[in-house]
Design a protein around this ligand. Structure first.
Ligand code: 13P
Length: 254
């Protein structure tokens, strides 16, 4: 099925790579997929490597994003990084509300909503992550949890702004576990997310990219990315190897 949304594949490098390793990986990514225009591609290194990776990818089609931001524009927030500081480096994206931040750093839907607001105001594309834990799925609460996070995180987003935002459905039980959601399991949730966007915001819901994340690998990417409501991937482990990441990007190019 042909979708009228441009697929978007992003690599979340998490807390990996020294500066020189990040530079090497970025060069390798650039060589493999740097001139591809049919798929939007981005990498999200640690803050420490952002400037260098932006520099490496400057003349390519690959964008760069941060993995987090603070919701205030500036101030006495030791250790935090503002949206303007990220945008000023030449970054285009920021991941917000990743499940690791929700689970390990106490991020709430209200906090996620403030960061989404800050990113949109600061002209960065937020990649807002939502997803249920295994316990929640087994208790039959997947839709309730995912749609609750969706509504909570988008609390201040208007229908006009919606298409500037990217969503990532990442079931927590599939992250870093090698256990991927089946094509059908993932599509079912993506479809439900889009229905909710349609109920609240109308036709613009069809322009919103919803990435899938959770153990996406070259061998399962084609099936997942071929689903009608899956518009790309947010890739963790496999994005640390340029060949695997490039294979996933090419799978989106179908
Ligand atoms: P893995 O691809 O390593 O499961 O990580 C997914 C993820 O958390 C991307 O944000």
């Amino acid at each position: 099925m042909k979708k009228n949304r441009k697929p978007f594949v992003a690599g979340n490098w998490k807390m990996h790579n020294t500066l020189s390793a990040a530079r090497t990986l970025a060069i390798d990514v650039r060589e493999r997929v740097g001139s591809l225009t049919e798929v939007e591609v981005a990498v999200c290194p640690s803050f420490t490597a952002l400037a260098t990776v932006v520099d490496v990818l400057r003349s390519s089609a690959v964008g760069v994003g941060a993995q987090n931001c603070h919701h205030e524009a500036k101030g006495a927030f030791t250790g935090e990084v503002a949206v303007d500081q990220i945008a000023d480096l030449g970054c285009r994206y920021v991941i917000i509300g990743h499940s690791e931040r929700r689970q390990l750093f106490g991020e709430t839907d209200a906090g996620v909503a403030r960061k989404v607001r800050a990113a949109l105001d600061g002209k960065l594309t937020p990649i807002m992550c939502i997803g249920e834990t295994l316990q929640e799925r087994e208790a039959g609460r997947t839709f309730e949890v995912v749609l609750g996070q969706l509504d909570g995180g988008l609390a201040s987003v208007t229908s006009d702004e919606l298409s500037r935002l990217v969503l990532a459905y990442e079931p927590v039980w599939a992250i870093g576990t090698g256990k991927t959601a089946s094509d059908e399991q993932a599509e079912e949730v993506h479809d439900r997310i889009r229905q909710r966007l349609r109920e609240k915001h109308g036709a613009v819901a069809d322009a919103v990219r919803i990435q899938y994340g959770g153990s996406v690998k070259p061998d399962n990417a084609k099936g997942l990315l071929g689903q009608p409501n899956i518009d790309g991937a947010l890739v963790g482990g496999a994005s640390l190897k340029a060949d695997a990441f490039a294979a996933i990007v090419l799978a989106a190019h179908q």
